[in-house]
Design a binder for this molecule. Structure first.
Ligand code: SAM
Length: 282
């Protein structure tokens, strides 16, 4: 899907809008606004949306990406925590993409358990960086209708989400994301496309939902094992899971029953292996 030139916000419009609204971007809310139409078009293209697809966007901010998604024909439900920005979105949309289908939910995305309208099949967002991983995991958990995700996050976080077992950066975000989806690192994004310019690099990460690993263990139990395994990264799984199992011996027994070497470390295990351990710890 393509985006028309005039529909998007450029640097002058971003400054002007922020000035008129009295918006002073805050670090706490991860407010770095994209002011480059080329970047918005790149993200919309990478999102690979179907015509008329229902998309949820978290943190629309001043509307840079929202306009790109709408102009490409998507129907958007946008969740924004900042009341001034949330109130402005419909007005900005009406001015740039008249008649577009947008709904705004003024809320903290961490608290959102339901969304108005048709269930979204895609999540596309430039996420607030300090809460990107919990928001991503919560949305995958709470909205099973989501088939695809394309989010912009801090480059290191994108690497961590997409990392595979054995990689140095493989950790909690990688394994938990793998519970829900196949993740891959997508395009890098220059820090110069933001206002204000952040002091970290950004990148897109794409996720395709797939079934969770077949297991009798509950997701919560598997996630507890993952948390424990990585809480003490340098320790062997036998030591790291001894608290959860009740003792080192019990941890060793569960690991052996799951077919996992008790001397191994968490960073070498697949999500399927974590699920098997959880089954035997239960
Ligand atoms: N999408 C816009 C863009 O690309 O220019 C803004 C992205 S900015 C990195 C992140 C946005 O998320 C901000 O608008 C901020 O107010 C919003 N935000 C921060 N924390 C949030 C939360 N917990 N729930 C919903 N929105 C949040």
């Amino acid at each position: 899907m393509n985006t028309r030139q005039g529909a998007l916000l450029g640097p002058a419009e971003i400054r002007d809008l922020a000035g008129r609204l009295g918006v002073r971007p805050t670090k706490t809310l991860g407010q770095n606004f994209v002011h480059d139409g080329g970047t918005v078009r790149k993200i919309v293209r990478a999102a690979n949306l179907r015509g008329g697809e229902r998309v949820v966007e978290i943190g629309p901010g001043l509307g840079s990406l929202t306009l790109g998604l709408l102009d490409a024909g998507a129907s958007v439900v946008a969740v924004e925590i900042d009341p001034v920005l949330a109130a402005q979105i419909p007005l900005t949309v009406a001015a740039h993409v008249p008649g577009a289908d947008v709904e705004v939910v003024h809320a903290d995305a961490m608290d959102v358990t339901e969304l108005p309208g048709d269930p979204p099949t895609a999540l596309v967002a430039n996420l607030p960086y300090n809460v990107a991983v919990p928001i991503l995991l919560n949305f995958l958990e709470r909205f099973p209708s989501l088939e695809r995700v394309l989010v912009m996050v801090q480059a290191e976080v994108a690497d961590r989400i997409a990392a595979k077992p054995g990689s140095k950066v493989y950790g909690i975000p990688s394994v938990k994301a793998a519970w829900y989806a196949d993740a891959r690192r997508s395009l890098p994004i220059s820090r110069n496309v933001f206002w204000p310019v952040p002091n970290v690099d950004s990148a897109l990460v794409a996720l395709e939902r797939r079934d969770p690993p077949p297991t009798t263990a509950h997701r919560e139990a598997v996630f507890r094992v993952i948390d424990a395994a990585f809480a003490q990264r340098r320790k062997t799984l036998r030591a790291a899971l001894s608290g959860l199992a009740g003792s080192g011996a019990a941890a060793e027994e569960a690991l052996r029953a799951a077919g996992v070497d008790p001397g191994a470390r968490g960073e070498t295990l697949t999500v399927e292996e974590f699920a098997r351990i959880a089954e035997h710890l239960a």
